[in-house]
Design a protein around this ligand. Structure first.
Ligand code: BTN
Length: 325
């Protein structure tokens, strides 16, 4: 953790205040150095009170993502979030991670951007990422999975995001296979999983996640208003993006450990509980091919098993799934 992250961690752990002397001792730096870091944090928008009786006290944090703040809020995780980087603007956070992957950076690094100029979704779609309104981030993973097992990661991401949204915003979102979270039939989260692999070995996986957090309904482009929503619209209040971001990383870290520990079955059970696709009639568009049938279950790799009109069981690993009315 950086010095700023340690200071923010100590301030959050002591809401009634912590003295400059205590901070200096804990961090093994001078009181003058602490004072200068506190000034920097104030410049960055943190409201930090100082007084002779309580020392330093954190009053409020800015609505901006700061790597140090996210690290301090997150605390220790096994893999995901041990390195966090925040950009004011990028093309796509998946591109930034791709470059880090090629440079040999360790798995678990997370890149957030306050806005993306070329945010992308599945199937070549564009992803709108307005500044400071959502969480637009990507994670580098190097799992020991075969290429076909990587669908497990998308499934795990959906369950982790669902728990995090429930914990922070108090809303139960529903999962639409494989990678959407919906509230009342409107999309609030999208996940784009990209992978670099050899025939039987994954080199790395990039999990790109977009969460619509604090947009008002009117802020969505007209073409998205009927199909997309934000947590703010649904919860009726602003959501602290930094708190949500760290809760998501914590839950993802937990599910990633379950997958790497061979416990995908547990994740899949939880996924099925929160999934609106299972048991429904669906149509699946896979390139030029379309199938129709009933979505029965997930298989061991996270693929969707669809019983077609002709009675065959089809294994779906990609494509666009629409619920039939
Ligand atoms: C989808 O539903 O089609 C997936 C959308 C994924 C969007 C996120 S935002 C962060 C990351 N960077 C991107 O360019 N896309 C993903």
């Amino acid at each position: 953790m950086t010095t700023d992250a340690k200071i923010l961690f100590a301030l959050r752990a002591n809401p009634e205040g912590v003295s400059g002397a205590q901070l200096a001792e804990q961090l093994a730096i001078s009181r003058a150095a602490i004072w200068s870091r506190i000034e920097e944090l104030r410049q960055a928008g943190y409201e930090i009170e100082a007084g002779p009786h309580f020392g330093y006290r954190l009053v409020s944090s800015p609505d901006a993502l700061h790597a140090d703040d996210l690290l301090a809020r997150l605390g220790k995780t096994k893999v995901i979030g041990r390195d966090i980087r925040v950009f004011e603007e990028t093309t796509s956070t998946n591109d930034v991670i791709e470059k880090l992957a090629r440079d040999g950076v360790k798995e678990g690094v997370v890149v957030f951007a306050e806005s993306q100029t070329k945010g992308r979704g599945r199937l070549g779609r564009k992803w709108t990422s307005p500044t400071h309104k959502g969480l637009w981030f990507s994670i580098l993973l190097r799992p020991e999975l075969s290429p076909q097992e990587t669908t497990q990661l998308t499934v795990a991401s959906a369950t982790a995001l669902r728990r995090a949204i429930k914990n922070v915003a108090g809303i139960s979102a529903e999962i639409k296979w494989p990678n959407d979270l919906l509230i009342g039939e409107k999309k609030v989260v999208g996940i784009l999983t990209e992978m670099s692999a050899e025939v039987d070995r994954v080199r790395h996986v990039i999990l790109g996640i977009g969460v619509d957090v604090n947009q008002d309904a009117a802020e969505f482009p007209p073409e998205l208003r009927k199909i997309a929503t934000s947590l703010k619209v649904e919860a009726g209040k602003e959501i602290c993006r930094a708190e949500l971001a760290t809760e998501i990383l914590r839950e993802l870290d937990f599910d990633y450990a379950r997958i790497c520990g061979g416990k995908f079955a547990q994740v899949a059970d939880e996924w099925e509980t929160g999934c609106l696709t299972i048991g429904k009639n669906v149509s699946v568009q896979m390139g030029a091919r379309q199938i129709r049938g009933c979505a029965e279950a997930l298989d061991d790799d996270g693929a969707l098993l669809v019983r077609t009109e002709h009675g065959h069981l089809e294994r779906v690993i990609g494509g666009d799934v629409t619920l039939e009315k």
